[in-house]
Design a protein around this ligand. Structure first.
Ligand code: GAL
Length: 466
């Protein structure tokens, strides 16, 4: 064959590879997520701010301080993300700003969030609003926080205020971000404020979070904006895999956190029962049927090994799978786990799913491109099997204050220089824009970044056709 034939062949191959392997379907939400305390700056009135001031609490010695100064810079930030193609954004409201003292609501703070949401809508970006993302107003922390039963009524009133004041500007509401992570870090592991290590306190907190969620769910759905609103939680889901699949001990050691950490909360909000091991058939009838959707936050897999010498860890040691790539955080990069948690969540609850967080701490952007395409390929695989997934919100829009790790862990599509507040998109940001522009994955992208996912797209229906 002569050069013309070669050219012809090359052209054909190029059109083939630029064809879509998967179309995510109409109305799919594309964007990223942030949380108030991690990006806004100067959230001086909450329990995290107070705790950060104690030397030694934050791993890299930093404090949230001005963070990304997003409280002031949100218009430019949103415009940048819109320019990257995002049509949605997940953010959280800072309770300590909205209700600085019990029962006292601050109208400038509400005006601020009205501007924030209005700016998003003006840009054509759908907001998803979280009411509680780890931080508590100081006054609440001082009356016992989520351990005290009083929190349920307090949270209900705060939710009512937010939906009345902001409900015309947002339809997607997350009541609580990662109740399981919050309860575990703050009340079992004692790593986050208020640094309690007590199993009974953990169960009390989780039960109050279910009750608080249920109360907020009702406030939102029964408000004047309720007909248009959809309410859910963002749950952190991990794959817990037994170290030796043949060992009944390792299997039980992995099954326990799967049940308690991954599913206890979602189960309670589905059937109104607080089950084993965090409550022995304790009824929580108000929680029955209080999830319009489930937000999935997925990061990693843990290998679990039964360890008799670790009673404090419920006889289970967890570690990343040996020999696999890990993020700056030391977490394994395991995209198939996203499919596994989606499948498991769908099979149990049959609720529409949003990926409300997924990302990787990767300062130099060496893993993020492949992680992004890999995880999206796994979302696509689940969609192709008929699972109702409505959006993907990457963690995070930009680098921010990573809780007790400080500013060292870099999760942003956009890098932030915290000295100058300069924003610089990482290469993955452009890759993500490319996916968004197509509303789909190209063969070429799967081939280049996640070849093991190629078989998902051979034959079968895509979401748009089925
Ligand atoms: C989640 C949390 C986010 C963010 C992320 C990255 O658990 O909701 O706020 O910190 O992890 O580690």
């Amino acid at each position: 064959p002569g050069p013309r034939a070669h050219l012809h062949l090359a052209r054909r191959l190029t059109t083939m590879v630029s064809e879509l392997a998967h179309d995510f379907g109409d109305d799919f939400l594309w964007g990223a997520a942030t949380a108030a305390h991690q990006v806004e700056g100067n959230n001086t009135n909450n329990d995290w701010w107070r705790w950060e001031q104690i030397p030694g609490k934050i791993a890299d010695g930093t404090r949230s301080g001005l963070a990304c100064d997003h409280y002031n810079r949100f218009p430019e930030d949103f415009a940048q993300w819109r320019g990257m193609g995002h049509n949605a954004h997940r953010l959280s409201l800072e309770w300590s700003r909205i209700e600085p003292r019990p029962g006292v609501y601050d109208s400038p703070a509400i005006d601020h969030y009205r501007q924030v949401l209005g700016t998003l809508l003006g840009l054509g970006m759908e907001p998803m609003v979280t009411l509680h993302h780890f931080t508590n107003p100081l006054w609440l922390a001082d009356i016992g926080g989520w351990e005290s039963d009083e929190v349920v009524e307090r949270f209900r009133l705060y939710a009512r205020h937010c939906i009345d004041a902001l409900g015309d500007l947002a339809h997607l509401w997350v009541t609580i971000n990662e109740p399981n992570v919050y309860a575990y870090h703050s009340y079992t592991a004692g790593l986050w404020p208020p640094q309690v290590k007590d199993f009974r306190a953990t169960t009390a907190v989780l039960r109050n979070m279910v009750r608080g969620h249920a109360a907020a769910y009702r406030e939102i759905r029964e408000s004047v904006h309720g007909a248009a609103a959809k309410v859910g939680v963002a749950q952190h889901l991990r794959v817990f895999q037994p170290w030796r699949p043949w060992s009944p001990f390792d299997r039980i050691a992995a099954a326990l956190p799967h049940r308690a950490f991954n599913h206890w909360f979602l189960q309670a909000c589905t059937d109104g029962w607080a089950g084993f091991p965090l409550g022995l058939r304790h009824r929580l009838p108000e929680a029955l049927g209080t999830l319009d959707f489930i937000g999935v936050n997925y990061y990693s897999r843990d290998i679990v090994r039964f360890t008799p010498s670790a009673p404090g860890e419920l006889f289970a040691r967890t570690f990343p799978a040996p020999g696999r790539p890990v993020s700056d955080y030391g977490m394994e990069l395991y995209p198939p786990g996203l499919y596994r948690v989606i499948r498991d969540t769908w099979d149990r609850y049959r609720r529409p799913i949003y990926i409300t967080e997924n990302g990787v701490a990767d300062r130099v952007d060496q893993f993020r491109p492949a992680a992004l395409i890999g995880h999206l390929a796994e979302v696509a695989r689940a969609q192709r099997e008929g699972i109702d997934i409505r959006g993907y919100l990457h963690w995070s829009s930009m680098d921010n204050f990573e809780w007790s790790e400080g500013f060292k862990m870099r999760f942003g599509l956009v890098a932030v220089d915290f000295e100058t507040q300069e924003r610089t998109p990482r290469p993955s940001a452009a890759l993500y824009s490319d996916v968004i522009r197509r509303n789909g994955l190209a063969w070429e992208q799967v081939q280049n970044f996640y070849p093991s996912g190629l078989p998902y797209f051979v034959g079968g229906a895509s979401s748009s056709s089925g």
